[in-house]
Design a protein around this ligand. Structure first.
Ligand code: ZN
Length: 81
């Protein structure tokens, strides 16, 4: 199939950098991720995760289990932090 036909399917987000890329480029491996775009995406994901982490820690401290550093370290390990 000619590659131009794939362009009829429109664009999809690149799974690596999130940029909108014509489907033809994705399927044929012609898309090269822009390092800056990848960094922007990772920064966005990190920012999105922070409120969640803060809420989990606040919930933990409110629960009364955060009495000792050992308990806190154990909690962090259990929660993959
Ligand atoms: Zn990409």
């Amino acid at each position: 199939m000619s590659s131009w036909l794939w362009y009829a399917f429109g664009a999809r987000p690149c799974p690596h950098c999130g940029a909108d890329v014509p489907v033809g480029q994705l399927l044929e491996g012609e898309h090269e991720c822009d390092p800056g775009t990848i960094e922007d995406r990772q920064a966005d994901e990190a920012r999105a995760a922070v409120p969640c982490l803060v809420a989990e820690i606040a919930e933990y401290l409110d629960s009364g289990r955060g009495q000792t550093r050992l308990a806190f370290a154990r909690w962090c390990r259990e929660h993959g932090r």
